[in-house]
Design a protein around this ligand. Structure first.
Ligand code: IMP
Length: 205
C-alpha cells in the first residue's frame, strides 16, 4: 500500500549558517521557519573558529561563507555584525565581540559604558552584513538599526550589547524584548529579510 505524504514529511532545503552562536541561529531559524532548515557549523561537524581577519564587516562575512564552501562544498551564508557608536568613531565596530580583550559580554559592556562616561551624545547603530555563497557566487545583504546607548545595562534577554542598546522609537532595550519583538526590527532581521527576498527570486524558494 502506498504511503500518503503528510505535511510533516516535506523535506526542507538545507542551508548552512556559518555560526556557533546559538542565539543567532535561533533568531534566524525563526525567520526561516518552514522554509529552510538551518544547519550551524556544529551540525556539519565543523569545530573551527573561522578566523575573522578582514577589516570590514563584508570581508569577515565573506571569509565565513567561503570557508564552508571550500571545506564542505555546501551552500552557506555567514554574517558579521557589530555595534558602531558615533561618539567613539564607530568603535567597537568589527571588534565588538572582543572589545574588552576577550569574548565576555559583561566585560565588553562595562568597557563601553566606561568609555562613554560623561558623553551625552549616545547615538549608535547595529550593523549586519550577510555573505551568501550560492552555487559558488557571492551576494551581500546589509541591515542596520539605529538607537542610543543607555547609561546602565537593563534586561535579561538576548546577548552581546542588548542590555545597553535602546532602538529608536522604543523605550526599552533589546534585552527587554522577546526574540520575536527583536526580530521585527533588528539589524540581523533586516539583512535576513533581504536574503530571504533574494532566495525567493533566485532559488525557486
Ligand atoms: P558577530 O561577529 O556577528 O558574531 O557579532 C560580533 C559581536 O557584535 C557580538 O559578539 C556582539 O558583541 C555584537 N552583536 C552583534 N549582534 C548583536 C545583537 O543583536 N545584540 C547585541 N550584540 C550584538
Amino acid at each position: 500500500m502506498g504511503s500518503i505524504a503528510k505535511v510533516g514529511d516535506i523535506r526542507l532545503k538545507e542551508l548552512v549558517f556559518a555560526t556557533n552562536n546559538a542565539y543567532k541561529a535561533a533568531e534566524v531559524s525563526k525567520l526561516l521557519a518552514g522554509k529552510y532548515k538551518i544547519l550551524t557549523l556544529k551540525d556539519i561537524g565543523c569545530g573551527v573558529d573561522i578566523p575573522e581577519t578582514g577589516s570590514t564587516f563584508e570581508d569577515n562575512a565573506a571569509l565565513k561563507s567561503l570557508y564552508v564552501v571550500t571545506h564542505y562544498h555546501l551552500d552557506c551564508f555567514g554574517d558579521d555584525s557589530g555595534l558602531e557608536v558615533e561618539a567613539l568613531n564607530n568603535a567597537p565596530g568589527i571588534y565588538s565581540a572582543r572589545y574588552s580583550g576577550n569574548r565576555s559580554d559583561q566585560g565588553n559592556m562595562s568597557l563601553l559604558l566606561n568609555n562613554m562616561e560623561g558623553i551625552e551624545h549616545r547615538s549608535a547603530r547595529f550593523r549586519t552584513v550577510i555573505s551568501l555563497n550560492l552555487n559558488n557566487k557571492n551576494f551581500f545583504f546589509e541591515g542596520m538599526v539605529s538607537g542610543t546607548i543607555r547609561k546602565e545595562a537593563i534586561g535579561e534577554q538576548g546577548f552581546g550589547y542588548d542590555p545597553v542598546f535602546e532602538p529608536l522609537g522604543h523605550d526599552r532595550t533589546f534585552a527587554q524584548m522577546s526574540t520575536n519583538e527583536k526580530n521585527e526590527i533588528s539589524h540581523r532581521a533586516i539583512a535576513m529579510k533581504k536574503l530571504i527576498a533574494f532566495l525567493k527570486d533566485h532559488a525557486g524558494f
